[in-house]
Ligand binder design. Structure first.
Ligand SMILES: Cc1ncc(C[n+]2csc(CCOP(=O)(O)OP(=O)(O)O)c2C)c(N)n1
Length: 395
């Protein structure tokens, strides 16, 4: 059976692309004999829609400063992210923040998922795999970090934007599941995001009703939508994770929102399409098994015995969407940075240094000396004096 045809109308190309993500995730977990296949299979259409149609991200330059950030808070679903990094052709960046031109994640890397030294470890690790914006795995951590990122976007805008120069306006998207929502940190972080009216933040909640041991009805029955409305969030729903049109509308709603962060609650089926494992916790954290994979691929109209199959049209699809859009936005931004550098040389210098994790010259020149003092100075007071002295010289 062929997974590809010479000419793919858009709807078919969409499902071909989504199923490529799904089957890569299934095959990688099976090859490793360990991992979490069910949620990448369920969330593939969500991640596909976001990356293909919305994310302002240039795969060729994954550290472009004003890129949108994507956080996989459900770090156990890492094969979803690795598939995207591979299919969109994200290029690697080394520890000195230089672009190497090499792919971040090759198909061989996906084949060595969860093996020692693989670029595709069980959970995504920041600065190990380019395109991974933050390390995730501990549930709730990614969504909490995403609030910090959204604050950073606002802070960078306030510090660097000048009339005619909107250097920073990036958005932050985080994908999370029931486990993230259960964690206390999600409550604190969501409360702060609502308080700060971080409309540049969007969480997508995978409401699949399944966690590691079974149905969420055993331990998690709170009304998540009402909870987030209480925090001051904009809450919207997509009733079917496979409905790409409704997903697009939801992301548009999030983008139009000016005063509140947005939570998109997406109803999904873990291990979608697996005849015996869909909607079961068995699909959460173990391989589907060779026979179930074959049956699932049959359901998808996929060649049953093909493994790690990536149709050429799918690569071309990603290249023609996020690839072209991201490059255009990135190139435009660097052109603007050139003009900004002429108009605001000092700010531009700070901006470039910040990207390289360098502080401005003289950042420490006003740090006070503390002479011996019989009475003693409270540590918090000394700390405040030092921080204020540094703050004068660091934007
Ligand atoms: C803080 C923390 N506790 C426990 C775990 C172990 N763990 C990994 S995934 C998971 C269940 C997550 O359930 P859900 O978010 O519903 O994911 P899904 O089953 O939909 O993939 C647990 C308990 C973890 N990663 N982090």
């Amino acid at each position: 059976m062929e997974a590809t045809t010479a000419l793919q109308p858009p709807a078919q190309l969409d499902s071909l692309s989504v199923n490529t993500i799904r089957t890569l995730a299934m095959d990688a977990v099976q090859a490793a004999n360990s991992g979490h296949p069910g949620t990448p299979m369920a969330m593939a259409p969500v991640a596909y829609t976001l990356w293909n149609d919305f994310l302002r991200f240039d795969p060729a330059d994954p550290i472009w400063p004003n890129r949108d950030r994507f956080v996989l808070s459900m770090g156990h679903a890492s094969t979803l992210l690795y598939s995207l990094l591979h299919l969109t052709g994200v290029k690697a960046v080394n520890a000195q923040y230089e672009r190497t031109g090499q792919p971040s994640v090759t198909l061989d890397d996906i084949k060595s998922f969860r093996q020692l030294d693989s670029r595709c470890p069980g959970h995504p690790e920041y600065r190990w795999t380019s395109g991974v914006e933050t390390t995730t795995g501990p549930l709730g951590q990614g969504i909490a970090t995403s609030v910090g990122m959204a604050i950073a976007s606002r802070w960078q805008a306030a510090s660097f934007n000048r009339p005619g120069f909107d250097m920073f306006d990036y958005r932050v998207y985080a994908l999370c599941g029931d486990g993230c929502m259960m964690e206390g940190i999600s409550h604190e972080a969501a409360s702060l995001a609502g308080h700060l009216k971080l409309s540049n933040l969007c969480w997508i909640y995978d409401n699949n009703k399944i966690t590691i041991e079974g149905n969420t009805s055993w331990a998690f029955t709170e009304d998540v939508a009402t909870r987030f409305i209480g925090y001051g969030w904009n809450v919207t729903r997509v009733g079917d994770a496979n409905d790409l049109e409704m997903l697009k509308r939801a992301f548009q709603v999030a983008q139009k929102e000016a005063d509140r962060p947005t939570l998109i609650i997406v109803d999904s089926h873990i291990a979608w399409g697996a005849p015996n494992k869909q909607d079961t916790h068995a699909a959460h954290g173990e391989p589907l098994g060779e026979e179930e994979i074959r049956l699932t691929k049959r359901n998808y109209g996929w060649p049953e015995d093909a493994k790690f199959l990536v149709p050429d049209e799918v690569r071309a699809n990603f290249q023609g969407s996020i690839g072209v859009r991201g490059k255009g936005l990135r190139d435009e931004w660097f052109k603007k940075l050139g003009e900004y550098t002429k108009a605001y040389p000092e700010l531009a210098d700070h901006l470039v240094r910040m990207q390289k994790r360098e502080l401005p010259d003289g950042w420490d020149k006003d740090i006070p000396k503390f002479d011996p003092d019989a009475k003693g100075l409270a540590g918090r007071d000394a700390s405040a004096k030092v921080l204020n002295a540094i703050a004068k010289n660091v934007p």
